[in-house]
Design a protein around this ligand. Structure first.
Ligand code: 13P
Length: 341
């Protein structure tokens, strides 16, 4: 598989002003999102919702890649155009979620490991044939009493690294996503310590499995206090804690870091990304592109505006366009809350 092709994918995804739209919700997750707007999760509803998102006029100005779910990669738009082609027409690179979700880690209550390595090379070959050029695998780490355990961190890091190595061998750029959950009452300091530890283990495993760091992307969580901690910290504090973790654990060879939104509010996720880029602009703060790969923080207002009605299509596209534009500004450190009006 040619290195030039992987390089071209990295270049397209890290292009100035661009971020990634994650639209790879599994059947269970999209059903949960649709339930909130009273829309049944049928194949046709999922298709028409996602086609609405992807055909937003001008989306390609701010979005370099979209992460799809298996079903969507195989679907067609209402005029018969395959979805990957529809994205290409917007200048957007199609990507694909390739993990098969989490399963309990036996003997470690409340901890999970991500599955999907068996047969992965064959699945990737097909995804590539269908038009995907990058992939995503999400590991989930929970903070709590005795958690995450060393075993849970190591198992997930090893799986992420093996996935990444298989992706590169098959000609897809791997997005490595170790998500430290916001759920729980843990402190800001503990989120910082766990995130740094997890990233160290992930990069150790990537090194051991000979993954080419220049040809992968990282999708981490930002360092924020637990959702039930009662702690409130400024965007500047989130930015400096997040950048400190990344500087300590992520090699400079990694071309891009694309944050997940992980349950932050829409505007909050944008403000945090902006603060990160403002600080990163100062000398010696960051060698990587720092951008977004949001699902909820990009889609939530569009889903709310759409509500399953064809008549709401343009209104929904307008709000998606707005969030994509504002996150693109944040990715350049040029956002301010006043632009929300
Ligand atoms: P959120 O931005 O909603 O956290 O989702 C990102 C994602 O792709 C999770 O795997």
């Amino acid at each position: 598989m040619s290195i030039q092709e992987l390089e071209a994918t990295v270049a397209a995804l890290t292009a100035p002003g661009k971020g990634i739209l994650a639209a790879d919700e599994s059947f269970g997750t999209i059903e949960k999102r649709f339930r909130k707007i009273n829309v049944p999760s049928t194949e046709e509803n999922r298709r028409s919702y996602r086609e609405m998102l992807f055909s937003t006029p001008g989306l390609g100005e701010f979005i370099g890649g979209v992460i799809l779910f298996d079903e969507t990669l195989r679907q067609r738009g209402s005029d018969g155009t395959p979805i990957p082609q529809l994205l290409r027409a917007q200048g957007i690179v199609p990507g694909i979620k390739v993990d098969k979700g989490t399963v309990p880690l036996p003997n470690f209550p409340d901890e999970v490991v991500t599955q999907g390595l068996d047969g992965l090379a064959e699945r990737l070959a097909e995804y590539r044939y269908l038009g995907a050029r990058f992939a995503k695998w999400r590991a989930v780490l929970r903070i709590g009493a005795g958690m995450p355990s060393r075993r849970c961190i190591t198992e997930n890091a090893n799986a992420l690294a093996r996935y990444a190595a298989i992706c590169q061998a098959q000609g897809l750029v791997p997005i490595v996503e170790p998500e430290v959950l916001i759920d729980g009452d843990h402190s800001f300091a503990s989120a910082a310590q766990v995130t740094e530890d997890v990233l160290h283990q992930v990069f150790h495993a990537l090194h051991e499995q000979r993954v080419t760091l220049e040809l992968m992307l990282l999708k981490p969580s930002m360092v924020v206090p637990g959702a039930d901690s009662g702690e409130s910290v400024s965007a500047e504090a989130v930015a400096s804690a997040t950048l400190a973790c990344l500087r300590r654990a992520v090699p400079a060879a990694v071309p891009g870091i694309f944050f997940l939104s992980g349950g932050q509010g829409n505007e909050e996720a944008t403000a945090h990304l902006n603060a990160i880029n403002v600080q990163a602009g100062q000398a010696g703060q960051a060698p990587w592109v720092l951008s977004f790969s949001y699902a909820r923080a990009l889609q939530a207002p569009a889903l709310e505006a759409w509500r399953g009605e064809a008549a709401n299509r343009e209104a929904a596209q307008r709000v998606l366009h707005q969030r994509a534009r504002l996150n693109s500004l944040a990715r350049q450190g040029r956002y301010s809350a006043a632009l929300e009006q």
